[in-house]
Design a protein around this ligand. Structure first.
Ligand code: SSN
Length: 456
Protein backbone atom coordinates (compact mmCIF):
# COMPACT_ATOMS: atom_id res chain seq x y z
CA UNK A 1 0.00 0.00 0.00
CA UNK A 2 1.40 3.42 -0.96
CA UNK A 3 1.46 5.81 1.97
CA UNK A 4 0.23 9.37 1.52
CA UNK A 5 3.17 11.62 2.37
CA UNK A 6 3.26 15.15 3.65
CA UNK A 7 6.61 16.66 2.59
CA UNK A 8 7.90 20.18 3.13
CA UNK A 9 8.87 21.22 -0.42
CA UNK A 10 11.22 23.96 0.81
CA UNK A 11 13.40 21.64 2.90
CA UNK A 12 12.48 18.21 1.52
CA UNK A 13 11.70 17.04 5.07
CA UNK A 14 9.10 14.31 5.51
CA UNK A 15 6.50 15.82 7.85
CA UNK A 16 4.02 12.96 8.21
CA UNK A 17 2.73 9.82 6.53
CA UNK A 18 -0.79 8.49 6.36
CA UNK A 19 -2.34 5.17 5.42
CA UNK A 20 -4.99 5.61 2.76
CA UNK A 21 -8.44 4.60 3.95
CA UNK A 22 -9.34 0.92 3.55
CA UNK A 23 -12.39 -0.14 1.53
CA UNK A 24 -14.23 -0.75 4.79
CA UNK A 25 -13.41 2.73 6.09
CA UNK A 26 -14.55 4.31 2.82
CA UNK A 27 -17.80 2.35 3.05
CA UNK A 28 -18.33 3.62 6.61
CA UNK A 29 -17.79 7.21 5.50
CA UNK A 30 -20.20 6.90 2.59
CA UNK A 31 -22.85 5.44 4.79
CA UNK A 32 -22.26 8.14 7.43
CA UNK A 33 -22.76 10.69 4.63
CA UNK A 34 -26.09 9.13 3.63
CA UNK A 35 -27.34 9.09 7.21
CA UNK A 36 -26.24 12.70 7.70
CA UNK A 37 -27.96 13.81 4.47
CA UNK A 38 -31.36 12.52 5.60
CA UNK A 39 -31.44 15.06 8.46
CA UNK A 40 -29.16 17.78 7.05
CA UNK A 41 -31.43 18.33 4.05
CA UNK A 42 -34.30 19.09 6.48
CA UNK A 43 -32.20 21.43 8.63
CA UNK A 44 -33.29 25.06 8.18
CA UNK A 45 -31.11 27.79 6.69
CA UNK A 46 -30.83 29.54 10.04
CA UNK A 47 -29.18 26.55 11.67
CA UNK A 48 -26.98 25.86 8.66
CA UNK A 49 -25.89 29.50 8.65
CA UNK A 50 -25.14 29.37 12.36
CA UNK A 51 -22.81 26.44 11.79
CA UNK A 52 -21.23 28.06 8.74
CA UNK A 53 -20.53 31.18 10.80
CA UNK A 54 -19.01 28.94 13.47
CA UNK A 55 -16.71 27.53 10.77
CA UNK A 56 -15.67 31.10 9.90
CA UNK A 57 -14.92 31.70 13.57
CA UNK A 58 -12.82 28.53 13.90
CA UNK A 59 -10.83 29.64 10.83
CA UNK A 60 -10.28 33.11 12.30
CA UNK A 61 -9.34 31.80 15.75
CA UNK A 62 -6.85 29.31 14.31
CA UNK A 63 -5.62 31.28 11.31
CA UNK A 64 -1.94 31.02 12.30
CA UNK A 65 -2.17 27.27 12.85
CA UNK A 66 -3.85 26.61 9.50
CA UNK A 67 -1.65 29.03 7.57
CA UNK A 68 1.39 27.25 8.95
CA UNK A 69 0.09 23.87 7.77
CA UNK A 70 -0.48 25.30 4.27
CA UNK A 71 3.00 26.83 4.06
CA UNK A 72 4.73 23.76 5.44
CA UNK A 73 2.94 21.38 3.12
CA UNK A 74 2.99 23.23 -0.20
CA UNK A 75 5.54 26.02 0.15
CA UNK A 76 3.30 29.09 -0.09
CA UNK A 77 4.76 32.08 1.73
CA UNK A 78 3.12 32.62 5.11
CA UNK A 79 1.58 36.02 4.32
CA UNK A 80 -0.29 34.43 1.40
CA UNK A 81 -1.34 31.44 3.54
CA UNK A 82 -2.79 33.77 6.18
CA UNK A 83 -4.71 35.65 3.47
CA UNK A 84 -5.99 32.32 2.15
CA UNK A 85 -7.38 31.29 5.55
CA UNK A 86 -9.03 34.72 5.92
CA UNK A 87 -10.67 34.34 2.51
CA UNK A 88 -12.09 30.97 3.58
CA UNK A 89 -13.73 32.62 6.60
CA UNK A 90 -15.17 35.24 4.27
CA UNK A 91 -16.74 32.68 1.92
CA UNK A 92 -18.32 30.86 4.90
CA UNK A 93 -19.85 34.13 6.12
CA UNK A 94 -20.95 35.07 2.62
CA UNK A 95 -22.90 31.85 2.01
CA UNK A 96 -24.10 31.82 5.63
CA UNK A 97 -25.76 35.16 4.94
CA UNK A 98 -26.87 34.75 1.33
CA UNK A 99 -27.94 31.13 0.80
CA UNK A 100 -31.56 31.45 1.94
CA UNK A 101 -32.06 34.33 -0.50
CA UNK A 102 -30.19 32.55 -3.33
CA UNK A 103 -32.30 29.41 -2.95
CA UNK A 104 -35.66 31.04 -2.35
CA UNK A 105 -38.49 29.46 -4.34
CA UNK A 106 -39.27 31.42 -7.51
CA UNK A 107 -42.87 32.09 -8.59
CA UNK A 108 -43.73 32.00 -12.29
CA UNK A 109 -46.98 33.39 -13.67
CA UNK A 110 -47.87 31.54 -16.84
CA UNK A 111 -49.61 33.20 -19.83
CA UNK A 112 -52.64 30.85 -19.48
CA UNK A 113 -53.32 32.26 -16.01
CA UNK A 114 -51.80 29.36 -14.10
CA UNK A 115 -48.89 29.55 -11.66
CA UNK A 116 -45.78 27.49 -11.13
CA UNK A 117 -42.83 27.53 -8.76
CA UNK A 118 -39.20 26.56 -8.98
CA UNK A 119 -37.82 25.10 -5.77
CA UNK A 120 -34.14 24.34 -5.25
CA UNK A 121 -33.46 21.08 -3.42
CA UNK A 122 -30.19 19.41 -2.43
CA UNK A 123 -28.93 16.39 -4.34
CA UNK A 124 -27.11 14.37 -1.65
CA UNK A 125 -23.39 13.66 -1.30
CA UNK A 126 -21.19 15.76 -3.58
CA UNK A 127 -17.61 14.67 -4.16
CA UNK A 128 -14.93 17.35 -4.42
CA UNK A 129 -11.58 16.45 -5.98
CA UNK A 130 -9.37 19.35 -5.01
CA UNK A 131 -5.86 20.64 -5.80
CA UNK A 132 -2.89 21.59 -3.67
CA UNK A 133 -2.35 25.15 -4.92
CA UNK A 134 -4.92 26.85 -2.66
CA UNK A 135 -5.46 23.85 -0.41
CA UNK A 136 -7.93 25.58 1.93
CA UNK A 137 -9.60 28.11 -0.36
CA UNK A 138 -10.49 25.67 -3.15
CA UNK A 139 -12.20 23.40 -0.62
CA UNK A 140 -14.09 26.12 1.24
CA UNK A 141 -15.43 27.67 -1.92
CA UNK A 142 -16.92 24.26 -2.72
CA UNK A 143 -18.02 23.38 0.80
CA UNK A 144 -19.69 26.63 1.87
CA UNK A 145 -22.36 26.75 -0.89
CA UNK A 146 -22.68 22.97 -1.14
CA UNK A 147 -23.40 22.44 2.55
CA UNK A 148 -25.60 25.54 2.80
CA UNK A 149 -27.75 24.10 0.00
CA UNK A 150 -28.36 21.03 2.18
CA UNK A 151 -25.96 18.65 0.46
CA UNK A 152 -23.23 16.75 2.25
CA UNK A 153 -19.60 17.02 1.13
CA UNK A 154 -16.93 14.39 0.54
CA UNK A 155 -13.39 15.64 -0.05
CA UNK A 156 -10.63 13.86 -1.95
CA UNK A 157 -7.74 16.27 -1.63
CA UNK A 158 -4.46 16.29 -3.57
CA UNK A 159 -2.11 13.65 -2.22
CA UNK A 160 0.62 16.17 -1.24
CA UNK A 161 -1.63 18.07 1.20
CA UNK A 162 -3.06 15.42 3.56
CA UNK A 163 -2.56 17.60 6.64
CA UNK A 164 -4.58 20.39 5.03
CA UNK A 165 -7.30 17.86 4.24
CA UNK A 166 -7.48 16.75 7.87
CA UNK A 167 -7.30 20.31 9.17
CA UNK A 168 -10.32 21.25 7.03
CA UNK A 169 -12.21 18.30 8.50
CA UNK A 170 -11.27 19.67 11.93
CA UNK A 171 -12.79 23.08 11.06
CA UNK A 172 -16.20 21.57 10.27
CA UNK A 173 -16.14 19.25 13.26
CA UNK A 174 -15.15 22.05 15.64
CA UNK A 175 -17.83 24.29 14.15
CA UNK A 176 -20.43 21.74 15.25
CA UNK A 177 -21.55 20.30 11.90
CA UNK A 178 -23.24 16.93 12.44
CA UNK A 179 -20.98 13.92 11.76
CA UNK A 180 -21.02 12.94 8.09
CA UNK A 181 -21.98 16.36 6.71
CA UNK A 182 -18.40 17.07 5.63
CA UNK A 183 -15.82 14.30 5.37
CA UNK A 184 -12.18 14.36 4.24
CA UNK A 185 -11.14 11.03 2.75
CA UNK A 186 -7.45 10.23 2.39
CA UNK A 187 -7.61 8.03 -0.71
CA UNK A 188 -5.87 7.50 -4.06
CA UNK A 189 -7.23 8.16 -7.55
CA UNK A 190 -8.36 4.55 -8.08
CA UNK A 191 -10.57 4.77 -4.99
CA UNK A 192 -11.83 8.13 -6.26
CA UNK A 193 -13.12 6.55 -9.48
CA UNK A 194 -14.90 3.90 -7.41
CA UNK A 195 -16.49 6.66 -5.32
CA UNK A 196 -17.84 8.33 -8.46
CA UNK A 197 -19.41 4.99 -9.43
CA UNK A 198 -21.10 4.65 -6.03
CA UNK A 199 -24.83 5.47 -6.08
CA UNK A 200 -24.51 7.52 -2.91
CA UNK A 201 -22.30 10.09 -4.66
CA UNK A 202 -24.64 12.28 -6.70
CA UNK A 203 -22.26 14.67 -8.45
CA UNK A 204 -18.61 15.64 -8.58
CA UNK A 205 -16.64 18.86 -8.77
CA UNK A 206 -12.97 18.98 -9.69
CA UNK A 207 -10.38 21.71 -9.71
CA UNK A 208 -7.16 20.56 -11.29
CA UNK A 209 -5.47 19.59 -14.51
CA UNK A 210 -7.09 18.92 -17.86
CA UNK A 211 -6.06 15.26 -17.60
CA UNK A 212 -7.61 14.78 -14.15
CA UNK A 213 -10.70 16.70 -15.28
CA UNK A 214 -11.21 14.52 -18.35
CA UNK A 215 -10.83 11.37 -16.29
CA UNK A 216 -13.21 12.42 -13.50
CA UNK A 217 -15.77 13.87 -15.92
CA UNK A 218 -15.80 10.73 -18.05
CA UNK A 219 -16.24 8.52 -14.95
CA UNK A 220 -19.14 10.79 -13.90
CA UNK A 221 -20.56 10.87 -17.43
CA UNK A 222 -20.67 7.07 -17.55
CA UNK A 223 -22.88 7.17 -14.46
CA UNK A 224 -24.96 10.12 -15.79
CA UNK A 225 -23.81 12.27 -12.91
CA UNK A 226 -23.24 15.96 -13.11
CA UNK A 227 -19.67 17.27 -13.03
CA UNK A 228 -18.21 20.73 -12.65
CA UNK A 229 -14.68 21.30 -13.90
CA UNK A 230 -12.39 24.16 -13.04
CA UNK A 231 -9.21 23.43 -14.98
CA UNK A 232 -6.13 25.23 -16.21
CA UNK A 233 -5.75 28.66 -17.64
CA UNK A 234 -3.28 30.68 -19.64
CA UNK A 235 -4.77 34.04 -18.85
CA UNK A 236 -3.87 36.97 -21.09
CA UNK A 237 -2.96 40.32 -19.52
CA UNK A 238 -3.43 42.92 -22.25
CA UNK A 239 -1.84 46.33 -21.86
CA UNK A 240 -2.94 48.96 -24.39
CA UNK A 241 -0.99 52.11 -25.12
CA UNK A 242 -3.60 54.33 -23.44
CA UNK A 243 -3.27 52.54 -20.08
CA UNK A 244 -1.78 53.69 -16.80
CA UNK A 245 1.43 51.87 -17.71
CA UNK A 246 3.15 51.96 -14.32
CA UNK A 247 0.12 50.58 -12.52
CA UNK A 248 -0.42 47.98 -15.23
CA UNK A 249 3.18 46.75 -15.19
CA UNK A 250 3.37 46.66 -11.38
CA UNK A 251 0.10 44.75 -11.19
CA UNK A 252 1.32 42.43 -13.96
CA UNK A 253 4.15 41.22 -11.73
CA UNK A 254 1.75 40.55 -8.85
CA UNK A 255 -0.66 38.80 -11.20
CA UNK A 256 2.08 36.47 -12.46
CA UNK A 257 3.77 35.86 -9.12
CA UNK A 258 0.75 35.20 -6.91
CA UNK A 259 1.19 31.82 -5.20
CA UNK A 260 4.58 31.68 -6.96
CA UNK A 261 2.74 31.49 -10.27
CA UNK A 262 0.84 28.35 -9.30
CA UNK A 263 -2.65 29.68 -9.81
CA UNK A 264 -5.08 28.86 -12.57
CA UNK A 265 -5.97 32.57 -12.83
CA UNK A 266 -2.43 33.92 -12.60
CA UNK A 267 -1.71 36.16 -15.58
CA UNK A 268 0.48 34.06 -17.85
CA UNK A 269 0.64 35.79 -21.23
CA UNK A 270 1.42 39.50 -21.23
CA UNK A 271 0.24 41.05 -24.49
CA UNK A 272 1.58 44.56 -24.91
CA UNK A 273 0.98 47.16 -27.63
CA UNK A 274 4.26 47.90 -29.43
CA UNK A 275 4.43 51.64 -28.55
CA UNK A 276 4.73 50.85 -24.84
CA UNK A 277 6.40 47.43 -25.01
CA UNK A 278 9.93 48.55 -24.01
CA UNK A 279 8.69 50.72 -21.14
CA UNK A 280 6.47 47.90 -19.90
CA UNK A 281 9.39 45.47 -19.93
CA UNK A 282 11.62 47.89 -17.99
CA UNK A 283 9.09 48.27 -15.18
CA UNK A 284 8.21 44.56 -15.19
CA UNK A 285 11.85 43.46 -14.85
CA UNK A 286 12.52 46.08 -12.20
CA UNK A 287 9.53 44.98 -10.08
CA UNK A 288 10.29 41.31 -10.48
CA UNK A 289 13.91 41.82 -9.39
CA UNK A 290 12.76 43.49 -6.18
CA UNK A 291 10.85 40.43 -4.91
CA UNK A 292 12.45 38.73 -1.95
CA UNK A 293 13.12 35.01 -2.00
CA UNK A 294 13.15 33.25 1.38
CA UNK A 295 11.78 30.68 3.77
CA UNK A 296 7.99 30.29 3.37
CA UNK A 297 7.60 30.77 7.13
CA UNK A 298 9.38 34.16 7.03
CA UNK A 299 6.84 36.99 6.88
CA UNK A 300 9.10 39.09 4.68
CA UNK A 301 9.44 36.45 1.94
CA UNK A 302 7.69 37.20 -1.34
CA UNK A 303 8.31 33.76 -2.77
CA UNK A 304 9.88 30.50 -1.66
CA UNK A 305 9.51 27.41 -3.82
CA UNK A 306 7.13 25.44 -5.93
CA UNK A 307 4.91 22.81 -4.34
CA UNK A 308 6.97 19.79 -5.45
CA UNK A 309 10.34 19.18 -7.13
CA UNK A 310 8.75 17.41 -10.12
CA UNK A 311 6.69 20.56 -10.80
CA UNK A 312 9.85 22.66 -10.92
CA UNK A 313 11.43 20.12 -13.26
CA UNK A 314 8.41 20.11 -15.57
CA UNK A 315 8.28 23.92 -15.69
CA UNK A 316 11.98 24.09 -16.47
CA UNK A 317 11.52 21.62 -19.30
CA UNK A 318 8.83 23.90 -20.83
CA UNK A 319 11.21 26.88 -20.57
CA UNK A 320 14.15 24.94 -21.98
CA UNK A 321 12.16 23.58 -24.94
CA UNK A 322 10.82 27.08 -25.63
CA UNK A 323 14.30 28.58 -25.68
CA UNK A 324 15.45 25.78 -27.99
CA UNK A 325 12.47 26.60 -30.23
CA UNK A 326 13.71 30.21 -30.52
CA UNK A 327 12.27 32.14 -27.53
CA UNK A 328 14.51 34.74 -25.87
CA UNK A 329 15.37 34.17 -22.22
CA UNK A 330 15.27 37.69 -20.78
CA UNK A 331 15.47 36.91 -17.06
CA UNK A 332 16.10 33.86 -14.85
CA UNK A 333 15.77 30.51 -16.54
CA UNK A 334 18.43 28.54 -14.66
CA UNK A 335 17.91 24.82 -14.31
CA UNK A 336 16.60 23.92 -10.82
CA UNK A 337 18.84 21.68 -8.72
CA UNK A 338 17.99 18.00 -8.74
CA UNK A 339 15.10 17.13 -6.38
CA UNK A 340 14.63 20.77 -5.48
CA UNK A 341 11.34 22.67 -5.69
CA UNK A 342 13.10 26.05 -5.88
CA UNK A 343 12.78 27.95 -9.13
CA UNK A 344 14.01 31.28 -10.41
CA UNK A 345 11.37 33.73 -11.65
CA UNK A 346 11.78 33.77 -15.42
CA UNK A 347 10.79 35.98 -18.36
CA UNK A 348 10.54 34.82 -21.97
CA UNK A 349 10.04 37.11 -24.97
CA UNK A 350 9.90 36.65 -28.78
CA UNK A 351 8.12 33.35 -28.31
CA UNK A 352 7.47 31.46 -31.55
CA UNK A 353 4.12 29.70 -31.96
CA UNK A 354 5.86 26.31 -31.97
CA UNK A 355 7.31 26.84 -28.46
CA UNK A 356 5.54 25.15 -25.52
CA UNK A 357 5.48 28.56 -23.81
CA UNK A 358 3.20 29.83 -26.58
CA UNK A 359 0.44 27.28 -26.17
CA UNK A 360 0.87 25.39 -22.88
CA UNK A 361 -0.07 26.54 -19.41
CA UNK A 362 3.05 27.57 -17.44
CA UNK A 363 2.05 26.71 -13.86
CA UNK A 364 4.80 28.57 -12.07
CA UNK A 365 6.77 31.84 -12.07
CA UNK A 366 7.45 32.18 -15.79
CA UNK A 367 6.10 35.21 -17.67
CA UNK A 368 5.71 35.18 -21.44
CA UNK A 369 5.67 38.63 -23.00
CA UNK A 370 4.31 39.34 -26.48
CA UNK A 371 4.45 42.50 -28.58
CA UNK A 372 1.41 43.30 -30.74
CA UNK A 373 0.73 46.06 -33.28
CA UNK A 374 -2.76 47.07 -32.17
CA UNK A 375 -5.91 46.20 -30.20
CA UNK A 376 -7.25 43.81 -32.82
CA UNK A 377 -4.02 41.81 -32.75
CA UNK A 378 -4.08 41.82 -28.94
CA UNK A 379 -7.56 40.27 -28.88
CA UNK A 380 -6.63 37.74 -31.57
CA UNK A 381 -3.56 36.69 -29.59
CA UNK A 382 -5.53 36.53 -26.32
CA UNK A 383 -7.98 34.16 -27.99
CA UNK A 384 -5.27 32.07 -29.61
CA UNK A 385 -5.28 29.62 -26.71
CA UNK A 386 -7.14 26.45 -25.92
CA UNK A 387 -7.82 27.85 -22.45
CA UNK A 388 -10.43 30.44 -21.47
CA UNK A 389 -10.44 31.10 -17.75
CA UNK A 390 -9.72 34.77 -17.00
CA UNK A 391 -8.29 37.82 -18.74
CA UNK A 392 -7.16 41.26 -17.74
CA UNK A 393 -7.24 44.32 -19.99
CA UNK A 394 -5.71 47.71 -19.28
CA UNK A 395 -6.84 50.96 -20.88
CA UNK A 396 -7.93 54.36 -19.60
CA UNK A 397 -10.75 54.27 -22.16
CA UNK A 398 -13.14 52.16 -20.08
CA UNK A 399 -15.87 52.07 -22.73
CA UNK A 400 -13.44 50.66 -25.27
CA UNK A 401 -12.07 48.21 -22.71
CA UNK A 402 -15.60 46.97 -22.01
CA UNK A 403 -16.23 46.44 -25.72
CA UNK A 404 -12.98 44.54 -26.08
CA UNK A 405 -13.83 42.48 -22.99
CA UNK A 406 -16.87 41.10 -24.79
CA UNK A 407 -14.60 39.79 -27.56
CA UNK A 408 -12.35 37.79 -25.22
CA UNK A 409 -13.09 34.08 -24.94
CA UNK A 410 -12.95 33.58 -21.17
CA UNK A 411 -15.08 33.12 -18.07
CA UNK A 412 -14.06 36.52 -16.69
CA UNK A 413 -12.44 39.74 -17.81
CA UNK A 414 -11.08 42.23 -15.30
CA UNK A 415 -10.56 45.78 -16.57
CA UNK A 416 -7.64 47.72 -15.05
CA UNK A 417 -7.27 45.06 -12.39
CA UNK A 418 -5.78 41.60 -12.07
CA UNK A 419 -8.12 38.61 -12.17
CA UNK A 420 -9.12 37.48 -8.68
CA UNK A 421 -11.76 35.18 -7.30
CA UNK A 422 -14.36 36.78 -5.05
CA UNK A 423 -17.33 35.16 -3.28
CA UNK A 424 -19.67 37.71 -4.93
CA UNK A 425 -18.58 36.91 -8.52
CA UNK A 426 -19.15 33.76 -10.58
CA UNK A 427 -15.91 31.91 -11.25
CA UNK A 428 -15.21 29.38 -14.00
CA UNK A 429 -14.03 28.95 -17.54
CA UNK A 430 -14.81 28.15 -21.14
CA UNK A 431 -12.88 26.06 -23.69
CA UNK A 432 -10.40 23.71 -22.00
CA UNK A 433 -10.57 25.69 -18.77
CA UNK A 434 -13.69 23.74 -17.87
CA UNK A 435 -17.39 24.30 -17.34
CA UNK A 436 -19.80 25.30 -14.62
CA UNK A 437 -19.44 28.14 -12.15
CA UNK A 438 -18.33 28.39 -8.55
CA UNK A 439 -19.06 31.22 -6.09
CA UNK A 440 -21.93 33.76 -6.08
CA UNK A 441 -25.53 32.61 -6.69
CA UNK A 442 -24.38 30.76 -9.81
CA UNK A 443 -22.13 28.54 -7.68
CA UNK A 444 -24.79 27.43 -5.21
CA UNK A 445 -27.19 26.59 -8.05
CA UNK A 446 -24.76 24.03 -9.54
CA UNK A 447 -25.55 21.28 -7.06
CA UNK A 448 -29.29 21.53 -6.51
CA UNK A 449 -32.31 20.09 -8.24
CA UNK A 450 -34.13 23.17 -9.52
CA UNK A 451 -37.54 21.54 -9.52
CA UNK A 452 -40.56 22.89 -11.36
CA UNK A 453 -43.81 22.59 -9.43
CA UNK A 454 -46.80 23.38 -11.65
CA UNK A 455 -49.86 24.55 -9.71
CA UNK A 456 -52.74 23.29 -11.83
O1 SSN B 1 -6.08 28.25 -8.98
C1 SSN B 1 -7.18 28.75 -9.19
C2 SSN B 1 -8.02 29.54 -8.22
C3 SSN B 1 -7.30 30.68 -7.62
C4 SSN B 1 -8.20 31.61 -6.87
O2 SSN B 1 -9.39 31.36 -6.66
O3 SSN B 1 -7.73 32.66 -6.44
Amino acid sequence: MTLIKSINPYTGELLAEFHPLSEKEIEEKLSAGSVAFSTWKETGFLRRAELMNNAAKVLKDRREKYAKIISLEMGKVIKESLAEVDKCALVCEYYGEKSAEFLQAEDINLPEGKKAKVIHQPLGAILAVMPWNFPFWQVFRFAAPTLMAGNVGVLKHASNVPQCSLAIQEVFTEAGFPAGVFQSLLIDSEATTKLIEDDRIKAVTLTGSEKAGASVASAAGKQIKKSLLELGGSDPFIVLKDSDLKKAAETAVKARMINFGQSCIAAKRFIIEEDIYDDFLTIFVDQLSKLKEGDPMDESSDFACMARPDLAEELYSQVDKSVKAGATLLFGGEKPEKDSARFQPTILTDIPTAAPAYSEELFGPVATIFKVKNEADAIAMANDSEFGLGASIWSEDKEKAEQLASKIESGAVFINSMVASNPHLPFGGVKKSGYGRELSRYGILEFVNSKTVYLG
